[in-house]
Design a protein around this ligand. Structure first.
Ligand code: ADP
Length: 545
């Protein structure tokens, strides 16, 4: 994989001189330990292989000038005391910090800070303990460096039968993903809703515990998320109001079996009736997990073969070319694929699956694919593992689609209604066509809402393609907002734009966030600009993009 040469040298945070900054780092190294303060002055590792390296220097999926979001240094605190020490140090020297858990937030900014020259606080490197697993309550308490995979392994090692809900890629941090409102695919797929209790270092260095954690001697921190008084947890997710050092998570007991299933639908227009069929089944919990409805082009991309294998010209892949390739796969010709899973013992599953079959096959041409007919390396089995609580890494095979593949996520939410899904899909389609980008659409079905997950895949080596995806993203965000749709999460570089779309009543929400920011972080040191929230010291000074 390529290494990008540095053109701009070491990134020093704005407002502090180079030698003052280096001296301040020296001071920090004396208390934290030399080996735990690492200058970011080496060539920047590029590419998705970096996923395995726990990247903590920059965004390896750069779209604009990659050196714009590069850190100056990375520190590795080993304890909560260390985190507090780093925060106090940052306040003293007015150095922006950017906390990450494991930095694997691929497609949304990776480990990159929003402000060039920030010091990355890599929590996961040394604070990676599973502090508690409670098989009676089915809960656990983890530190930032605990990945879905590590928790899964530990539960297995201890012989427990509880499940971990994992996102598409199991190597990321549980805390990092939950704070970003990430989703997984078992019935516990909404990660934020299954967390209980946070421990937070505030931007001034004070330490607090939320919920029942505020009551000394409690044994309910992980079982009752609310405690007494306002629920403060929410302000620490998708924000820059604190550094989370511990989090409680509910674990799902083994339901006594599970079974994944797949249906294909012939026509693109089937999306509308399909989603209207899915809605009541999902709300009634007959469809029990966060399922995915994927457009069939994805079937080609997850094969791991490049686009050029399927189609040599530029522009959208013609329908007939797509279908002729699909014909050669076990799915056959189709436009949409539904990946779902049913839970419980066989007789219980059968009851639910029969209803699903009856409802799905109301759509002419709907076809259940018998999993037994699929080869062992088919992508279906990757989805089945994830829906059964087993972490997986298959999803990365997407990145072979173009040379130097990188991705961004466009992720608006809508109610689970066919018309809404159709509108969002059309927005994405129009803008992708305009910029000659292949369209990869999956709808993740939450309880009452859809996340449309649109992976925008591009060649990172081409400045022209990077510009095209940026334009495409910016217009989709605006188009969606115009029709009343907003993103649930976005890449660092679009966070200002997305935050601006949530502007009801003269930006009342952002004004509230800014008030909180200024009160909690008077020096504006913590992750300035994250999620569009800028501290007073930065506001109106051309930082917003
Ligand atoms: P993952 O490894 O799960 O992909 P990251 O560590 O990249 O997650 O976290 C995603 C984003 O969430 C980070 O860029 C950061 O802004 C925020 N974040 C992650 N962990 C913490 C934390 N412990 N405290 C505060 N913010 C965090």
């Amino acid at each position: 994989e390529a290494q990008a040469p540095r053109k701009r040298g070491l990134a020093i945070p704005a407002g502090i001189g180079r030698s003052d900054f280096l001296q301040a780092l020296e001071e920090l190294a004396q208390t934290l330990g030399k080996e735990h303060v690492v200058l970011n002055d080496q060539p920047l590792e590029d590419g998705w292989l970096i996923y395995e390296l726990e990247p903590n220097t920059h965004d390896s999926y750069m779209i604009m000038d990659g050196e714009e979001t590069v850190s100056s240094a990375c520190v590795h605190p080993g304890s909560v005391d260390d985190v507090q020490l780093v925060v106090k140090w940052a306040n003293k020297h007015l150095v922006p910090l950017y906390p990450i858990s494991m930095g694997r937030n691929l497609g949304y900014g990776g480990a990159a800070p929003r402000v060039r020259g920030s010091v990355v606080v890599d929590l996961g490197r040394r604070m990676n303990e599973i502090l508690d697993i409670n098989p009676d309550d089915c809960t656990c308490l983890v530190e930032p460096g605990v990945s879905f995979y590590a928790l899964y392994e530990e539960i297995k090692k201890r012989g427990y039968t509880m499940w971990v809900d994992t996102p598409d890629l199991g190597g990321g941090s549980i805390i990092g993903n939950t704070l970003e409102h990430g989703v997984g695919y078992t019935p516990y797929g909404d990660h934020w809703s299954t967390h209980s209790g946070l421990e937070v270092v505030l931007p001034t260095g004070d330490l607090l515990r939320t919920g029942m954690g505020a009551l000394p001697g409690n044994n309910t921190w992980q079982t009752f998320p609310y405690g007494f008084g306002p629920i403060s947890d929410g302000i620490f997710s998708q924000s820059n109001f604190g550094i989370v050092t511990k989090m409680g998570v509910a674990l799902m007991p083994d339901p006594g079996g599970c079974e994944s299933f797949m249906y294909t639908f012939e026509r693109e227009d089937d999306l509308l009736p399909l989603i209207d069929i899915v809605r009541p089944l999902r709300i009634a919990n007959l469809l029990e997990n966060v399922a995915q409805i994927r457009h069939s082009t994805i079937e080609l991309a997850v094969s791991g073969l490049p686009r050029s294998h399927y189609y040599q010209s530029t522009g959208p892949i013609p329908e007939e070319v797509l279908q002729s390739h699909l014909e050669a796969t076990p799915l056959g010709r189709c436009s949409w694929i539904y990946y779902g899973t049913s839970y419980g013992p066989e007789n219980i599953r059968k009851y639910k699956l029969d209803i699903v079959h009856r409802e799905f096959t109301k759509i002419p041409g709907a076809k259940r694919i018998d999993p037994q007919t699929l080869p062992k390396d088919h992508y279906f089995w990757s989805r089945a593992r994830i829906a059964g609580g087993e972490p997986d890494f298959e999803e990365l095979s997407y990145m072979n689609w173009v040379p130097n593949g990188g991705h961004l996520g466009f992720s608006p939410v809508s109610p689970t209604r066919g018309l809404d899904a159709l509108k969002l899909w059309k927005i994405a389609k129009k803008r992708h066509d305009e910029h000659a980008i292949d369209l990869f659409i999956a709808f993740c079905v939450g309880l009452r809402e859809l996340h449309m997950i649109n992976l925008v895949i591009y060649d990172r080596g081409s400045a022209q393609r990077r510009e095209a995806v940026e334009k495409c993203m910016r217009s989709m965000i605006d188009d969606a907002a115009e029709q009343g749709y907003g993103e649930y999460r976005t890449h660092l570089l679009f966070q200002d734009q997305v935050a601006r779309t949530y502007n009801w009543n003269d930006n009342a929400l952002m004004k509230f966030n800014e008030k909180l920011k200024d009160a909690l972080d008077p020096n504006g040191i913590l992750a300035p600009g994250r999620c569009g929230i800028w501290p007073e010291r930065y506001r109106g000074r051309d930082w917003e993009i």
